[in-house]
Design a protein around this ligand. Structure first.
Ligand code: MG
Length: 416
């Protein structure tokens, strides 16, 4: 018997708060249990409990309820998890204090991989859409976890969209296969961990006082990412420059609509020590954006304009580079393809993230050695990260030489 099997037997004998709450679910609330036999806790009341418990406790509870599914094939479990943000996060067009998330696990013959779907509301996915999508999957049909291409093609084919939900399965499968191979993914891909870039730390739009406080918290970082796209843009930059001289990059989140104004701002930003400009104009302003890139003294990076693999070719000639995010592109497999394609088109590459736990950030970090820039601070912007994974040491992404994503749980009693 493996240590993992022993641990789950111990977990089964001591119901967690979440497990006891789960006893109160009616059959109709157990979505997906009928046809797929995969169990799922979906009530919003349990979301708060999920925020208090560790990931291992959560999945131990779900495992007990789905014990009838043990046998051959992949076993999928998932549960809502609300990410609590350390600061109110303000972008050009939105503001929020939490991010909806779904934690998932994939088990195969006693080994478990972990994944997640982080869903900032402006991307169009939700707890409801993600759990509906995950509940529709039949992964127990797959008995060979190494057939990743077939498994992920199936996942992508079930419904259109649902990119974050698809990414959660992709990340969990990579974590699982990495554990089965006994290697982290940066090694499987042949990347040198010494080549990882510094990661930027994001400063959201806020009052000068709060901006100065955020910059003070960001002292270890060698580059700061500043959110722009409002009337206070110059004030934001001047405030930051009054307290630090570190290089800056800016993310306008489609906030500038006049190309000449955008060009004037970019010239001014270059004088202020900015190194690149992300998504300055709306993704629909293709001709204006091509003109801006042609005249810009700084590299332009497409983010909202570039979601999946075919978008990389469309972005060539419009932007100097792309921002790859796992939640946009359905996960690590397609992200790796986008990185390779962008390089073949002589484009810059940034690896980014949403506000998310160390699970998805550690997954994205596996690719970072081959990227020009990393924006992998999503786990540092939340206060209830259930995992520990990739670290930022002196501002640099620091990979962990452990199988899969190299994840562990924050509390030893939740050891993965
Ligand atoms: Mg962006």
């Amino acid at each position: 018997m493996t240590n993992i099997q022993k641990k789950h037997i111990q977990s089964d004998s001591t119901p967690s708060p979440l497990e006891r709450a789960g006893e109160r679910l009616s059959p109709s609330e157990r979505v997906g249990e009928g046809l797929s036999r995969r169990n799922f806790i979906r009530t919003t009341g349990l979301t708060a409990l999920a925020g208090l418990a560790g990931a291992e406790t959560i999945f131990a509870a779900v495992k007990k309820k789905s014990s009838k599914t043990s046998g051959k094939g992949l076993i999928l479990r998932f549960i809502p998890y609300e990410l609590q943000l350390r600061h109110t996060f303000t972008l050009a067009n939105s503001s929020r204090k939490t991010t909806p998330d779904v934690l998932i696990s994939l088990e195969f013959e006693g080994v478990t991989g972990y994944g997640e779907a982080s869903m900032p509301p402006y991307l169009g996915e939700s707890i409801e859409s993600a759990t509906k999508f995950l509940g529709s999957l039949n992964l127990s049909q797959f008995n060979d976890t190494f057939q990743m291409d077939d498994i992920l093609k199936y996942v992508d084919s079930v419904m259109p969209g649902n990119c974050a939900a698809k990414a959660s399965v992709d990340i969990a499968l990579h974590d699982l296969v990495g554990k089965l191979m006994g290697q982290p993914w940066y090694k499987i891909w042949g990347f040198d961990p010494a080549d990882t870039p510094n990661t930027s730390f994001t400063i959201g739009i806020d009052t000068p006082e709060v901006v100065r406080q955020k910059v003070a918290e960001a002292t270890p970082y060698k580059i700061l990412k500043v959110k722009l796209g409002q009337k206070t843009d110059r004030e934001m930059i001047e405030t930051i420059r009054s307290v630090t001289s570190v290089p800056l990059c800016v993310d306008v989140n489609q906030g500038w609509t006049d190309k000449q104004m955008a060009l004037d701002m970019i010239h001014w930003l270059k004088e202020k020590g900015v190194v690149f400009v992300e998504q300055p104009m709306p993704k629909t302003s293709v001709d204006e954006m091509a003109w801006l890139t042609e005249h810009s003294p700084l590299p332009t990076i497409g983010d909202e304009s570039v979601q999946r693999l075919p978008d990389v070719i469309k972005a060539s000639g419009i932007y100097n580079g792309i921002n790859i995010k796992l939640m946009k592109c359905t996960g690590m497999r397609e992200a790796h393809q986008m990185l390779t394609l962008a390089r073949s088109l002589d484009m810059k590459v940034m690896i980014g993230c949403m506000t998310e736990t160390s699970c998805a950030v550690s997954a994205a970090a596996q690719l970072s050695s081959k990227c020009d820039w990393a924006d992998l601070d999503g786990n540092l912007l939340i206060s209830n990260d259930p995992y520990q994974g990739v670290q930022v040491v002196k501002g640099k992404v620091t990979l962990i030489d452990q199988p899969g994503m190299g994840l562990s749980a924050l509390d030893p009693k939740w050891k993965i």
